[in-house]
Design a protein around this ligand. Structure first.
Ligand code: GLU
Length: 506
C-alpha cells in the first residue's frame, strides 16, 4: 500500500531518552521496515538553552542497543543532511522570509515587559492572553501589521529585538486527519500566532521541524501525543508553503503504573524500575539513573514489552521478536488511549525471552560473573548448571543465587528449614546415608536416585525424612533443581563432604 515511506525520529538532545521516546523510535522503525522504507534520525537541537552534550550519543547508543538502527542520520548516509538542526541554521531564515513575503508571517517587536503587561491585563479581566487575530492589529501590540515597511526596516536595521510569528488564518474550520485518531476539526480562531523565528537567528521547533520534514521528504510523522496540539499549526504551515503535508500519527502516552498521568522518572525511582533504556550519568549533578540494559534486560524482551505499550496485534500472542513485530505492526492497531506501564510485565517478558536463549549463549553471559567470583569451572559444567536453573531465572544476574551451591559448599543453613527438618535422629540417618552413597558406583543422576530411593523404601521411612535433610545439607536451603542432578554434578566426594559438614554444624 505505502510507497516511498520515509519516517523520522526527531528527539531533542536535552537528556537521556525516556522509554516513551524509545517507543516512538521503535514504532517509526517498525513502520519503515514494514514498507521497505527509510528510518531517519534527526537531532532537533535548536534550543541551545536545553542542550545537553552527551544526550545525542546516548540516543544513538540506545537505538543501537535496541537493535533499531537508523538508516540515515548524523554520520550515516547523509544524503539529506546535515541531520543536526544546529548545522542547518542558515537554511531556516530563508523560509521564514518566504512566509513574510507571502503574508503568512509577520515581524513582532513587543518587549517581554509589554507582553507581560498585556498578559496581566487579560488575567485581571479573567481572560487568557493569546497573541492572534483578536489583538494582533489595532491594539497595543507592535508588529509589521501595524507599522509601515519603512518603520519595520528601521527597527530591524537598528538591531532591535524581534520575532517572526505565524499569521494564523481567521474564521476557518481546519479539517485534519490523524492515522490513529481519525478526523480532527479545529476552529482556527482558537489558535495563537506561534513564534517561528527568533531575532537571534534561530528558528523555533515548529518552523525547523516542518522545513526539515519537507526537505527530508518525510512521508509519515509518527510522534508522541504531546505534539498533537501543534498539529494544526504544522498543517497550516504546509499549506502556507504550498507543500504536501505528510501523514500524521500521534501515539498515546505511556502512563504511570498507579495513579494518573504520564510515566515519569520519579515513578521509576519510587517503585524501583528504570525509565531509561541505558544507564545515564548526569554530568552536571553526577546523578546516575538506572537503565534497562544495566538492570539485566535482554534488548529483545525490552523491545517486545515496549511494542505492546500502545499497540496490540489483535490476537492473544504476546511474544514477538523484531522480525515478527515488523510483520505484524500496523498504525491502525495503535490505541488512542494511554498505555499503563506495568513493571511486572516487563520482568515477565524478560523471563520469557530467557527461555528462548540457548544454554550456550546464557553460559557465555554467566562465565564472566563466575570468574569475578574466582570460580573457574569449565564451560561444560556451567552449561549444565545453566540448563537446570534458567527456567526459574528472570535475569542472568539471578543465576548466582539460583546456582551457587553447584560451585560452593554451603556455609550456612536456612534456620527455619533446619528447625523443621533436622530433628533427633537425622544426624544418624545422614551418617548411614553417607555409607550408602559411598557404595554407589554409577554416580549418575538416574542411578543415585534409584539406589537412594530403594534404600529409603527398604528402611520403611518417609522420603521426606531423608530428602529434606539431604537437600538442606547440599544446598543450604530447601530450594534448587532436582536433587539428584545436583548430586551427580557435584560428585560423590563433595556430596559426602557436605553431608559431613551438615552433621557437624546442625
Ligand atoms: N523534537 C521534538 C521532540 O523532542 C520532535 C517532535 C516531532 O516528532 O515532531 O520530541
Amino acid at each position: 500500500m505505502e510507497s516511498n515511506v520515509r519516517v523520522r525520529f526527531a528527539p531533542s538532545p536535552t537528556g537521556p531518552l525516556h522509554i516513551g521516546g524509545v517507543r516512538t523510535a521503535l514504532y517509526n522503525y517498525l513502520f519503515a521496515k514494514k514498507y521497505n522504507g527509510t528510518f531517519v534520525l534527526r537531532i532537533e537541537d535548536t534550543d541551545q538553552t536545553r542542550y545537553v552534550a552527551n544526550a545525542e550519543q546516548y540516543i544513538i547508543d540506545a537505538l543501537e542497543w535496541c537493535k533499531i538502527p537508523f538508516d540515515e542520520g548524523p554520520g550515516k548516509n547523509e544524503k539529506f543532511g546535515p541531520y543536526r538542526q544546529s548545522e542547518r541554521k542558515e537554511l531556516y531564515k530563508e523560509y521564514a522570509d518566504k512566509l513574510i513575503e507571502t503574508g503568512w508571517a509577520y515581524y513582532c517587536f513587543d518587549s517581554s515587559e509589554a507582553l507581560d503587561a498585556e498578559r496581566k491585563a487579560h488575567e485581571a479581566e479573567g481572560k487568557t492572553f493569546i497573541y492572534n487575530w483578536h489583538n494582533r492589529a489595532g491594539g497595543t501590540l507592535i508588529n509589521s501589521l501595524v507599522l509601515t515597511d519603512e518603520e519595520v526596516q528601521n527597527r530591524i536595521n537598528s538591531g532591535e529585538n524581534y520575532v517572526i510569528r505565524f499569521k494564523t488564518p481567521q474564521d476557518e474550520l481546519l479539517r485534519m486527519e490523524d492515522e490513529i485518531r481519525g478526523n480532527i476539526r479545529i476552529d482556527t480562531n482558537t489558535l495563537d500566532d506561534k513564534i517561528l523565528f527568533k531575532g537571534d537567528g534561530m528558528p523555533t521547533y515548529h518552523l525547523a521541524n516542518i522545513v526539515d520534514d519537507h526537505l527530508m521528504e518525510i512521508s509519515h510523522v509518527i510522534r508522541g501525543e504531546e505534539w498533537l496540539p501543534s498539529m494544526p499549526l504544522h498543517v497550516l504551515l504546509y499549506k502556507a508553503f504550498g507543500w504536501d503535508a505528510p501523514k500524521f500519527a500521534h501515539l498515546p502516552l505511556i502512563l504511570k503504573p498507579v495513579g494518573k498521568g504520564k510515566l515519569s522518572k520519579r515513578d521509576g525511582d519510587k517503585l524501583g524500575f528504570p525509565v531509561f533504556p541505558l544507564e545515564y550519568t548526569n554530568d552536571a549533578t553526577g546523578d546516575v539513573s538506572r537503565g534497562y540494559k544495566e538492570d539485566g534486560y535482554f534488548s529483545d524482551a525490552f523491545i517486545n514489552m515496549l511494542a505492546f505499550l500502545g499497540w496490540n496485534p489483535g490476537t492473544e500472542q504476546e511474544l514477538f521478536n523484531l522480525e515478527a513485530l515488523i510483520e505484524a505492526f500496523e498504525l491502525k492497531r495503535v490505541s488512542k488511549s494511554g498505555a499503563k506501564f506495568n513493571p511486572d510485565k516487563a520482568k515477565w517478558f524478560n523471563q520469557q525471552y530467557m527461555q528462548t536463549k540457548s544454554d550456550d549463549e546464557l553460559t557465555d553471559l554467566y562465565l564472566p560473573i563466575l570468574k569475578e567470583k574466582g570460580i573457574t569451572k569449565d564451560k561444560e559444567f556451567v552449561l549444565k548448571v545453566v540448563s537446570s536453573i534458567k527456567e526459574r531465572a528472570v535475569f542472568v544476574h539471578d543465576f548466582w543465587d539460583l546456582s551457587n551451591f553447584f560451585f560452593e559448599t554451603p556455609t550456612e543453613y536456612d534456620a527455619k528449614a533446619s528447625k523443621k527438618n533436622w530433628k533427633e535422629g537425622t544426624a544418624e540417618l545422614m551418617q548411614e546415608l553417607i555409607t550408602q552413597i559411598s557404595s554407589i558406583e554409577d554416580f549418575t543422576s538416574e542411578n543415585t536416585e534409584k539406589e537412594i530411593k530403594e534404600w529409603i523404601t527398604a528402611k520403611e521411612i518417609g522420603f521426606g525424612k531423608v530428602m529434606q535433610p539431604l537437600r538442606l545439607s547440599l544446598v543450604g536451603k530447601l530450594a534448587g533443581p532436582h536433587l539428584f542432578d545436583i548430586i551427580a554434578m557435584i560428585g560423590k566426594e563433595e556430596t559426602i563432604k557436605r553431608l559431613e559438614n551438615a552433621i557437624e554444624k546442625l
